[in-house]
Design a protein around this ligand. Sequence first.
Ligand SMILES: NC(=O)c1ccc[n+]([C@@H]2O[C@H](COP(=O)([O-])OP(=O)(O)OC[C@H]3O[C@@H](n4cnc5c(N)ncnc54)[C@H](OP(=O)(O)O)[C@@H]3O)[C@@H](O)[C@H]2O)c1
Length: 240
Amino acid sequence: MHKETVLVVGGSSGMGLSLARSLLADGCAVVVAGRSSERLARARAVLADVGDVRTVAADITREEDVIGLFGECGPLDHIVSTAADIAGAYELLPDLQLAAARKVFDSKFFGPLLLAKHGACRLAPHGSITFTSGIAAYRPAPRGSVVAGVNGALESLAYALAVELAPIRVNVVSPGWVDTPIWRHVAGDEAPARLAAMAEKLPVGRIGRPDDIADGIRFLMRNGYATGSVLHLDGGHRLV
Ligand SMILES: NC(=O)c1ccc[n+]([C@@H]2O[C@H](COP(=O)([O-])OP(=O)(O)OC[C@H]3O[C@@H](n4cnc5c(N)ncnc54)[C@H](OP(=O)(O)O)[C@@H]3O)[C@@H](O)[C@H]2O)c1
């Protein structure tokens, strides 16, 4: 049976790390990419026992890094990006620095665009690309303007790519609040209290786990009828 190879950009932390673990457990070969070599080394240490993992240091906001990344990957079945650099971007407008806002768009919009530009030709015809948007686009809140904007833009990009890159399928998973290291940038020390309060409001009565989102990405990768889809995994957050 064909052993699938999957590139997980952002696989050194949070949802991406959970996805890498579950794909390895399925028997896939997994390439994990991210910027920090230390973080990649930690992920490799955690994942090596599970299966066939390689790591590549790459910043997807840099086109030369993306070209180099695909050079190291070889042929692929699926590309996933959970990458986001939102440091400093959760601010009210008077305090918002354009440089921080641009970093969000570089990592969550232009990075995925470059992955599609240089990665599509590496994918098998049955292959897929999955990006990660988020609840901020649907339940916006003060301080979240840039993240709301990039999530919406990313979904529109995926619709267009689903048409342009067909038969390669292009989809998006839109997570609600999930307990991952990204929360230090969203709420700092208040993160545990904010997450606990949201858990009480949500119809499912709890915050998301990285595995919840990894499951959804695996579904989008493997369902041959899913393209141009946005899969909302938010515990009902859009409804409350
Ligand atoms: N957690 C939530 O509540 C939540 C809610 C809605 C949406 N989301 C979205 O879900 C996705 C995954 O979030 P998460 O919570 O799993 O975040 P996370 O734990 O902070 O992981 C983000 C990953 O992206 C990598 N990364 C960041 N910038 C990169 C770049 N320029 N090039 C390559 N890799 C890069 C990071 O590694 P390096 O820093 O080493 O590069 C890290 O591996 C993000 O798009 C986030 O916006 C999260």
